[in-house]
Design a protein around this ligand. Structure first.
Ligand code: FA5
Length: 352
């Protein structure tokens, strides 16, 4: 153990503070602490050596040694704080949040074009006093055909190529199918309601048929039904003209032609002039040169249908219609193929 002296204490203190000034990290700082202030550190050794001195020297050098130890302790605490702060600043700079940076855009979905057109069409009828109701897509043969004056074996069944469900009720009767049109809801609504009735029924239909530019195997229809005392064919035409005017504007041409549906008498179909060729092009994929695109079937509710739900056919008359909303959207937006609606191509869907 070296004999302590005032000079050696001062030299040691100076050396320690100079070394400390050069230290920038906590690991080196700890080593510094161990080498000067640790159990076997240089200053600790010096202080321990004081015990060998006589009283006078011990008092003098003891005060100096303590002064030196206090100074180094103080500088150690100060340096520790400095390094801590510097490290925090560095960490903050590394993980810094740039509050001026633009956020990531959140993709916002939109309504499918069919949903949009169904809403537009039903809105037009709601504003004319109709209510909206919905019904099952899997339907009994009874409602899809029987109640609509299409008994088993009737040739009109061939107009609707059907997808049958392998299910019969407990009595082994009543085959089910994916509804081929929304007309079964005519019977369901009338069964549960007394006139006056004014309803529109949007919903999906299914047919077992080959697809082309104007035919899908699944598509929407919007059924309409009005039953009351004194309803005439003029009410039907007036209502549908008003619908066409609201959807397509004044300039679009509308055509009614006789058509056959077993549940109406007389029956019509309603067409709109072809937006693609205006009837001039025999190769037109949309109208095949006829100049017209059929968008709905309609007519006066057949007395047999009214009677089958127990209505007094002397008192009540009514009209019904079934609109194809995809065909309406095709006309309105100039879409040349109905199959675009359900192929989920975002380039198509994003246009609406
Ligand atoms: C019917 O389905 C009748 N239920 C409509 C009706 C209701 C008549 C009430 C009288 C009274 P139709 O099969 O013609 O009729 O279809 C009606 C409309 O649905 C068509 O004008 C057309 O716009 C649309 N539609 C029919 N089949 C398809 C199909 N495969 N793909 C897309 N739309 C279709």
């Amino acid at each position: 153990m070296t004999q302590p002296s005032a000079q050696s204490i001062e030299q040691l203190t100076q050396q320690a503070t100079q070394e400390l000034d050069r230290i920038n990290d906590l690991e080196s700082l700890d080593q510094w602490r161990i080498s000067y202030l640790g159990r076997r550190g240089s200053l600790t050794n010096v202080l321990r050596g004081l015990s060998q001195l006589d009283l006078e020297q011990r008092r003098e050098l003891g005060a100096l040694g303590n002064q030196s130890k206090n100074l180094l302790d103080e500088r150690l605490a100060q340096k520790t704080q400095e390094i801590d702060q510097a490290q925090q600043v560095q960490a903050f700079a590394r993980d810094r949040i740039d509050v001026t940076m633009l956020g990531r855009p959140t993709p916002i979905g939109r309504l499918h074009p069919t949903t949009q057109i169904v809403k537009e069409i039903t809105d037009a009828f709601v504003s004319m006093g109709f209510s909206i109701v919905e019904g099952p897509e899997v339907e009994w043969d009874h409602y899809n055909f029987e109640m609509l004056n299409i008994p088993e074996g009737h040739p009109a069944r061939d107009m609707w190529n059907s997808m049958w469900i392998d299910y019969r009720n407990e009595a082994g009767q009543q085959p089910m199918l994916l509804r081929t049109h929304t007309s079964p809801m005519q019977a369901r609504v009338m069964e549960n309601t007394q006139p006056p009735i004014r309803v529109v029924v949007p919903g999906k239909c299914y047919r077992y048929e080959a697809t082309d530019a104007t035919h899908e195997w699944h598509f929407y229809q919007i059924e309409g039904l009005a039953v009351d005392e004194g309803i005439t064919f003029a009410d039907l035409k007036g209502t549908l003209y008003e619908f066409a005017r609201r959807l397509f504007g004044e300039e679009r041409k509308v055509r009614f032609r006789c058509d056959y549906f077993p549940f109406v008498e007389p029956g019509v179909d309603m067409s709109i002039d072809c937006f693609a060729c205006q009837g001039g092009d025999n190769r037109c994929r949309i109208c095949r040169g006829s100049g017209w695109i059929e968008i709905m079937g309609a007519g006066m509710v057949h007395p047999k249908v009214l009677a089958s739900v127990g209505y007094d056919t002397e008192k009540y008359t009514g009209f019904a219609f079934g609109i194809g909303p995809e065909r309406v959207a095709m006309l309105k937006y100039g879409i040349d193929d109905i199959r675009h609606f359900y192929t989920n191509d975002l380039r198509f869907l994003r246009q609406f």
